[in-house]
Design a protein around this ligand. Structure first.
Ligand SMILES: [Zn+2]
Ligand SMILES: [Zn+2]
Length: 340
């Protein structure tokens, strides 16, 4: 009989191991997509069952009902088996009561997903997707983006894997419009985006945002509220919320704090102190750091290194969010899309 101490330990260690098993599947998930992109037929064939999951909920976030059973066989069951393999390996290290708790959690999650035939909160048809908030956990809106952009947003329970492999944004699929004055940082950032292979890049003070996925505002004096409100209004009936990346020189920014939790737009702060006075070398370094954190899907994107970046983030987090008067209050984009 396990002692009370064994049971208490199992109740602490079990959920941690369960989460570790979920991260293990995220790694496998990432590998499956690497294999799907491989030039070797055999690797693509091995990963083919996961492609069925993406055909079941396609890039338009529509459920293809004829693939319902195939999704169970090709995705839900293999995911469960992968986690069991992880738990089996952990049984060689951890005491059996903890392994029992992990198995219980995994079986409960598997039974739940089966009971809703795969249509768990991460897998629903979406007419108007909400922007996801800054958080270490990927919420359903985040996984929905994986179905729109299958080569990014791999994480399901924690964003750890996307942070590790730099899959927090689908850069090669993004059409970017960069507005702002010419300057060392603007040139370095445009170069960095092109090297990252963005789908298109339109630059200059008159660059137009229509049809773009990302509006980059590099003028620190830009009327951010006006730009965000115009874009949110113009895209309110589109399936996906747009991205706005706004350069800010001061880290304490109450309006930006509000927009980061606004469902109408993925709003990211490019924190670049003294952006206007950077020389070419400093601008290049700042642009590379900015891109590094953007790849990791950060909403607050520091351009400084080490402790300075952490301090800037702390300053930003300490400012109280303030909703601009022009910003429409909405819990979901569907409310705005269906409003007259
Ligand atoms: Zn999925
Ligand atoms: Zn996938």
């Amino acid at each position: 009989m396990p002692s009370w101490a064994d049971i208490a330990l199992a109740l602490i260690v079990g959920p941690v191991l369960w989460l570790a098993g979920a991260v293990f599947f995220d790694v496998v998930h990432w590998l499956l997509h690497v294999m799907l992109r491989s030039r070797f037929t055999v690797l693509r064939a091995l990963a083919w069952p996961h492609a069925v999951h993406h055909r079941w909920i396609d890039r338009e976030l529509r459920v293809n009902w004829e693939l319902q059973r195939a999704n169970v066989a090709c995705h839900i069951v293999p995911e469960f088996l992968t986690q069991l393999v992880f738990t089996g390996a952990m049984a060689l290290i951890f005491p059996l009561p903890a392994i029992g708790v992990v198995l219980l959690l995994q079986c409960a999650a598997f039974a739940y997903v089966l009971s809703c035939r795969g249509l768990d909160p991460n897998h629903r048809e979406v007419d108007w997707l909400d922007a996801h908030r800054p958080h270490w956990m990927p919420f359903p809106a985040y996984h929905a983006l994986h179905h729109v952009h299958p080569d990014a947003y791999y994480s399901a329970y924690t964003k750890l894997v996307d942070w590790m492999v730099g899959a927090g944004l689908p850069l090669p699929e993004l059409r970017c419009v960069v507005r702002g004055p010419d300057g060392a940082f603007a040139r370095a950032f445009a170069d960095a985006l092109l090297r990252a292979g963005v789908a298109s890049l339109d630059t200059g003070p008159d660059a137009r945002a229509e049809g773009a996925d990302v509006l980059v505002l590099l003028d620190p004096d830009e009327d951010v509220i006006g730009r965000v409100e115009a874009l949110a209004s113009a895209t309110r009936r589109e399936r996906l919320p747009p991205e706005v990346w706004a350069l800010r020189e001061a880290a304490d920014d109450a309006v930006s704090r509000h927009y980061q939790c606004d469902v109408r737009v993925h709003y990211r702060v490019l924190s670049v102190p003294d952006a206007r006075s950077l020389g070419p070398e400093a601008a290049r370094t700042a642009a590379e750091r900015t891109l590094f954190w953007l790849r990791r899907g950060m909403h607050f994107v520091p351009s400084e290194g080490g402790f300075e970046a952490f301090r800037a983030w702390r300053r930003f987090r300490s400012s109280e969010p303030q909703r601009p008067g022009a910003a429409a209050p909405a819990r979901h984009r569907a409310e705005l899309a269906t409003a007259m």
